[in-house]
Design a protein around this ligand. Structure first.
Ligand code: 5GP
Length: 196
C-alpha cells in the first residue's frame, strides 16, 4: 500500500534491527486519513470473505480496526491487556508475550461479544513473532467462532510470525511487508513494487 510505505519511509524511525517506531502516524499520534485508507485497503483485500466481526488488541490495533469495521459495517471488539473491574467473569482468555514490552499479558474478551456464529477478522498493527495474533486466534477458537483471516498493517517478514500463522492454517494479509531493518534502513519485501 503506497501511502503506508511512504509514511514508513518518511516518518518511521528504525530503533534497532528488530524494531520500527511509527509513533508519529500509528502508535501514538494517529494520521486519520492514512488510517481511513488502511481500513479501505483491508476491506478490499477481504471482500470475498464472510466477516461478521473484527477482533484486535488494545491499544494500537484499535484505530486501523475501527476504520476497517466502518468500511465493512460490522462491529469491532478489542481484547483488553489488563483485567477490567467491570469485566470479571464470562471471559475468553489467552496469554500473550509482548515483543516490544518483554512482558506476558493475559488478554481477555467477554464471551458476550464473540459467539460460535461469528466469522472473525483479526487485525493488528504489527506482526513480529505472531504471539498477539495467535493469542487473539485462541480467543476466537475458545468461542467456537471461525477465523476469517488475519490483517496486519506492518509485517516484519524477517521474523517468524507469518510462517507460524500460515502453518496454523490462517490467511494473512499485510499492507506493508518489511524485508529488513538492518543498517538503520527500511527495506520492503517487494522493493520494486513500491506503488502497490
Ligand atoms: P508479535 O506478537 O507478532 O510478536 O508482535 C506484535 C505486537 O508487538 C504488536 O501488537 C505490536 O504492538 C508489537 N510490535 C512488534 N514489533 C514491533 C515493532 O517493530 N514496532 C512497534 N511499534 N510495535 C511492534
Amino acid at each position: 500500500m503506497k501511502e503506508l510505505k511512504e509514511a514508513i519511509i518518511n516518518k518511521g524511525v528504525v530503533l534497532s534491527k528488530g524494531v520500527l517506531k511509527v509513533d508519529s502516524f500509528l502508535n501514538h499520534q494517529i494520521d486519520p486519513m492514512l488510517v481511513m485508507q488502511i481500513g479501505k485497503q483491508f476491506a478490499k483485500r477481504f471482500k470475498q470473505t464472510k466477516i461478521t466481526k473484527i477482533l484486535t488488541i488494545e491499544s494500537s490495533g484499535i484505530a486501523p480496526s475501527l476504520t476497517t469495521a466502518l468500511e465493512l459495517n460490522i462491529p469491532l471488539v478489542f481484547a483488553r491487556k489488563k483485567k477490567s473491574l467491570t469485566l470479571s467473569s464470562n471471559l475468553l482468555t489467552a496469554k500473550v508475550y509482548s515483543y516490544t514490552k518483554n512482558e506476558t499479558n493475559e488478554i481477555t474478551v467477554s464471551k458476550d461479544f464473540i459467539s460460535c456464529d461469528d466469522h472473525v477478522l483479526i487485525i493488528d498493527d504489527f506482526l513480529a513473532n505472531g504471539e498477539a495474533a495467535l493469542g487473539l486466534a485462541t480467543l476466537v477458537e475458545q468461542a467456537g467462532a471461525t477465523i476469517a483471516g488475519i490483517g496486519i498493517v506492518i509485517e516484519k517478514s524477517f521474523q517468524p510470525g507469518r510462517e507460524k500463522l500460515e502453518a496454523a492454517g490462517y490467511n494473512v494479509e499485510a499492507l506493508a511487508r518489511l524485508a529488513s531493518l538492518e543498517n538503520n534502513r527500511v527495506q520492503f519485501l517487494e522493493e520494486n513494487l513500491i506503488n502497490n
